[in-house]
Ligand binder design. Structure first.
Ligand code: 1GP
Length: 249
């Protein structure tokens, strides 16, 4: 097990569920991204994810990652939507297979194309099953996903069990960036009963109540992106979310 994985598991055990903040290098300018990372670190974010399903500018992303790495102590974890999302200087990468894609490119081919760069850059691969819930988001469209309906927790649980049997230690249940609806706590609870690994939940999480419900249901980490880009007083809201999930389990 690598350093980042050990840090995530230890932090989860000692301090409760983690908050991951997603920075899209194409949405925010470099200085804004650095400031955001520093602010969210102060609030208690456990890691910064860099990526997004439409990220195409590899040079820009490499520059953002390099600078973020110098600016904060929490791990910088790549969250690539394609091989272009594999850049140097990060601590780790969500080395993901989009389990419910209908296009094999997103299940194994992009992974094969990106793996040599992961090795070359010395990135810690976190073996992750990426599973898209619902429809209509960029991740759903770009990844050609057969979105699992929000009200079908057993289907999600079956995918997570399959991921576990395949040796993946992380699952990321994704409603999609800016999703109107976030993953439901019922789905998280159903998955939690079967999946023993690290469970990441993201997409459409904007408030403390939802965050607390998801953690109570069994999430190990929540990903917040759009709320920080779009809402006023977003850092205050992030603090509320951080407080709401403290000491929950
Ligand atoms: C997207 O799950 C992440 O990949 C974050 O979603 O932008 O809706 O917070 P939001």
């Amino acid at each position: 097990m690598g350093k980042v994985e050990e840090y995530l598991l230890t932090t989860r055990k000692k301090k409760g569920a983690l908050l991951f903040v997603l920075i899209d290098s194409e949405v925010s300018k470099l200085q804004e991204s650095i400031k955001l990372a520093q602010d969210v670190e102060k609030i208690g974010a456990g890691a910064i994810l860099v990526g997004g399903s439409s990220a195409i500018d590899q040079l820009e992303m490499a520059e953002v990652v390099k600078n973020l790495k110098k600016s904060v102590k929490i791990p910088i974890i790549l969250f690539p939507g394609n091989v272009t999302g594999v850049v140097p200087a990060a601590d780790a990468i969500l080395f993901s297979s989009l389990m419910n894609s209908e296009n094999p490119y997103y299940i194994t081919q992009a992974q094969a194309l990106g793996a040599p760069s992961v090795l070359k850059f010395g990135l810690e691969p976190l073996p992750t099953a990426y599973i898209i819930i619902g429809e209509g988001t960029t991740a759903w469209f770009v990844g050609a996903a057969k979105g699992i309906p929000f009200d079908k927790p057993n289907i999600a649980a079956a995918y997570c069990l399959a991921a576990q049997f395949l040796g993946m230690r992380f699952v990321y249940l994704e409603a999609g960036s800016g999703a109107k609806e976030s993953i439901r706590p019922e789905m998280v609870a159903t998955v939690r009963k079967l999946f023993n690994g690290f469970l990441i939940i993201g997409g459409g999480i904007r408030d403390a109540k939802t965050a607390a419900e998801l953690v109570k249901a069994g999430a190990d980490a929540l990903v917040i992106g759009t709320m920080l880009e779009k809402e006023k007083d977003s850092l205050t809201k992030l603090s509320e979310i951080a407080n709401s999930i403290k000491n929950l389990n």
